[in-house]
Design a protein. Structure first.
Length: 329
């Protein structure tokens, strides 16, 4: 192990890929957290020999420093804190140019890279929707994946829109030449009775059943502000938005509105939404949550408690603010 006075590891490279991330995480755990190579191997899911090679590669690339001088190291620290606080398998925290900068594209880029490495043969991936997820399509490696299925987890097929849930699922499936299953229903219906009727009598039960055998889900989280996609596209009215806020909502996932504790609020909208129930989603082995931005701090904090994701992708300032919010609360 390194001496105790070695305080940090940093990376000075523009390379952004899984191998670089693995090197950086291994170096951080070894030099900063003083974990053993066996402990690092267990945490990263690799062999001890691989850890030795990663550390050697980091030294050869001159990536290991005695002092911290790169903001990427701060991102790694935030990743580790998030993983511990929320029991997340892997947190990916991307740097921003400045606090307040639009986090959409940086998060989308990291999400696209992750999905590219995630997709494999015979896999079933359930997907949500939103601006960040749609933006991630431009960063996904296009390739054929045998017998891959993409399943849209909520309705929305009533008019052609850039951020339509069905449109996102179809475009993602096209990138992998995969099968695509759509929920052919509106996003919201007029009552819980109509919702159940559509499920029972219009062939949607197959989608709900398929969701029980998903290998992974890719979801976003939205806030409740007037600048959120769902409000801008008029999926809900001003009165409905005011009503869910009064009920304690801080955000929504698959258009299910939840409070700061990660509990679904008692509101009629949650009974009218055409989405796969979150109780089913929470049982999926790989649960990827991609969200960030100053307007989503409270939403993300609640979403982490609600979904308990295995993978989180966010930006450095949202990560810091979420951690501060949770510790302060």
């Amino acid at each position: 192990m390194p001496k105790a006075n070695i305080s940090a590891a940093s990376v000075e490279t523009d390379e952004q890929n899984p191998t670089q991330r693995l090197r950086l995480r291994a170096a951080w755990m070894y030099y900063v957290e003083e974990m053993t190579q066996n402990e690092i191997a267990q945490k990263l899911g690799v062999g001890r020999v691989t850890v030795v090679r990663l550390l050697a590669a980091a030294r050869e690339r001159n990536e290991v420093k005695i002092t911290i001088g790169d903001r990427l190291a701060e991102c790694v620290e935030a990743e580790r804190l998030l993983e511990r606080r929320f029991n997340i398998g892997e947190a990916i925290v991307v740097p921003l140019s400045a606090r307040g900068a639009d986090a959409t594209l940086p998060i989308a880029a990291a999400t696209g890279a992750y999905v590219s490495s995630l997709a494999r043969a015979d896999m079933r991936i359930g997907v949500g929707w939103g601006r960040t997820l749609v933006s991630s399509l431009g960063f996904i490696e296009e390739r054929a994946v045998d017998r891959l299925s993409v399943v849209s987890l909520l309705g929305g097929i009533i008019k052609a829109r850039k951020f339509n849930p069905a449109e996102f699922a179809w475009r993602l499936a096209s990138l992998f030449q995969a099968e695509c299953y759509l929920m052919t229903a509106p996003l919201l219906v007029d009552s819980a009775t109509t919702r159940q009727t559509l499920i029972d009598r219009c062939g949607l039960a197959d989608i709900f059943e398929l969701a029980k055998s998903l290998d992974a889900v890719l979801l976003g989280a939205a806030g409740t502000g007037a600048d959120q996609t769902s409000h801008q596209l008029k999926f809900i009215t001003n009165a409905e938005r005011a009503s869910v806020l009064k009920a304690g909502a801080v955000g929504d996932m698959l258009f299910n509105f939840f409070d700061a504790h990660g509990k679904l609020v008692d509101h009629p909208i949650n009974e009218r939404v055409m989405s796969v129930p979150l109780d089913i989603i929470k049982k999926v082995p790989v649960r990827v949550l991609a969200a960030g931005g100053a307007n989503k701090v409270h939403a993300l904090a609640g979403a982490l408690k609600l979904l308990k994701p295995t993978v989180l992708i966010t930006d450095e300032y949202t990560a810091k603010d979420v951690l501060k919010l949770v510790v302060g609360g």
